[in-house]
Design a binder for this molecule. Structure first.
Ligand SMILES: [Zn+2]
Length: 386
């Protein structure tokens, strides 16, 4: 590819992503909405809109007649123009969802996985589940791929599961590659918690600041949204929140250390003392707030959602009690808006995002914010478009 071709492709993808970001966060929009939000010229916006209409991604939704000047065409995203399937791979279950271009969940189903399953067993269960979705919904030409949100540690960039916690047969498994070959579809692999926090960011759009998704499901993990994107760390191992120590002389944890948040929490939960387990988690959340200064904390995971009210109350109370200056240190605590679908839906949104958008750009639908920085992260997501 020559340099000129590459740059043109990059700009076309960039402008298209700008318009799609506006379309996803505003219900309807006009050419002038995009011009004001992005700083692109009206001519450039017209070209991109024409291309997106030709691709079926947006459509005209009527005309707005102003008291003066020419009537303006109103556009909207076409939600059913593209879909992605998202999977939440847990230790005993596989949850699959179908998500449209606007982020709505259309289908959700859970299948059991054999205990201590091997890669082939996962692929087989995935394939049957995807067959069930595609036979029940006519998705011809509209399915963009499959997103997998899985237990880590894993390397999302190389599609490699390093050592899934609690599963013995997953050591350096190139899951993305073998799943693409087995399923015949593009696959995106990420840690469960990174997928989950992406789902929350998509749903909140431009109002979503720095945030953590705390997941309690067998273990305890944290997904982080920092500076407008999912934070995975220097070795893609961020989020091992459950293995931070809360009791120096505490019980021995599976990780080899003593008194980790996860083992202290699990001992209380296993003894049936859910209020104490919730208080232990709340201490960990406040430690996180002291370290990262977050605007949102989202609570998720099957084990937590079974006692959602107890956990929510404990975390809210700890956050309120420990933030001495509520006038400027405020953190919103909530249960995941997608409930049990959060991880699978987020994995699907990551696939759509790689193709059609950039989460950083969501704030563009608000009034006149500055243009986003060209960070490596979204440049990488645009590279995938080519
Ligand atoms: Zn530990």
């Amino acid at each position: 590819m020559t340099r000129t071709t590459a740059d043109v492709t990059f700009l076309r993808g960039y402008n298209q992503a700008l318009v799609m970001a506006v379309g996803r966060t505003a219900r309807t929009f006009e050419r002038s909405t995009v011009v004001n939000a992005t700083g692109l010229t009206p001519q450039a916006v017209s070209k991109v809109i024409a291309r997106l209409i030709a691709d079926g991604l947006i459509r005209s939704a009527g005309v707005r007649r102003a008291s003066i000047g020419k009537p303006a065409v109103v556009y909207e995203l076409v939600p059913d123009s593209r879909y992605a399937i998202g999977a939440h791979v847990a230790r005993r279950t596989l949850r699959l969802v179908l998500v449209d271009l606007a982020g709505a969940v259309h289908h959700s189903a859970v299948s059991p996985l054999p205990s201590d399953f091997i890669p082939e067993q996962l692929l087989h269960t995935l394939n049957s589940g995807i067959d069930a979705i595609t036979s029940g919904n006519d998705l011809r030409g509209r399915l963009t791929g499959v997103g997998l949100g899985m237990i880590g540690p894993l390397d999302h960039e190389h599609g490699l599961v390093r050592d899934a916690h609690g599963l013995r047969h997953w050591h350096d498994v190139p899951l993305r590659e073998i799943a693409e070959a087995y399923l015949g579809l593009p696959v995106h692999l990420d840690k469960d918690v990174a997928a989950g926090i992406t789902a929350e960011a998509w749903r909140h759009g431009g109002t979503f600041g720095d945030a953590a998704l705390i997941m309690v499901e067998s273990g305890i993990g944290g997904g982080f949204w920092l500076g407008g994107g999912a934070h995975r760390g220097a070795h893609t191992n961020a989020g091992e929140f459950g293995h931070t120590v809360v009791d120096l002389d505490g019980p021995l944890c599976v990780c080899g250390r003593h008194g980790c948040l996860e083992i202290v929490h699990n001992q209380a939960a296993d003894a049936g003392d859910i209020p104490r387990a919730a208080r232990v988690l709340a201490v960990g959340v406040v430690n996180l707030l002291q370290t990262l200064d977050l605007a949102h904390v989202v609570l998720a995971g099957a084990d937590l959602l079974r006692h959602a009210d107890t956990y929510l109350a404990a975390v809210e109370q700890a956050v309120q009690a420990d933030a001495r200056r509520r006038d400027w240190l405020s953190t919103d605590v909530a249960l995941s808006s997608l409930g049990a679908d959060a991880i699978a839906a987020g994995a699907a949104m990551q696939v759509l995002d790689n193709q059609y958008g950039i989460p950083d750009l969501a704030p563009l639908a608000k009034s006149n914010p500055p243009l986003p920085q060209r960070t490596g992260r979204w440049r990488a997501s645009l590279m995938l478009e080519r």
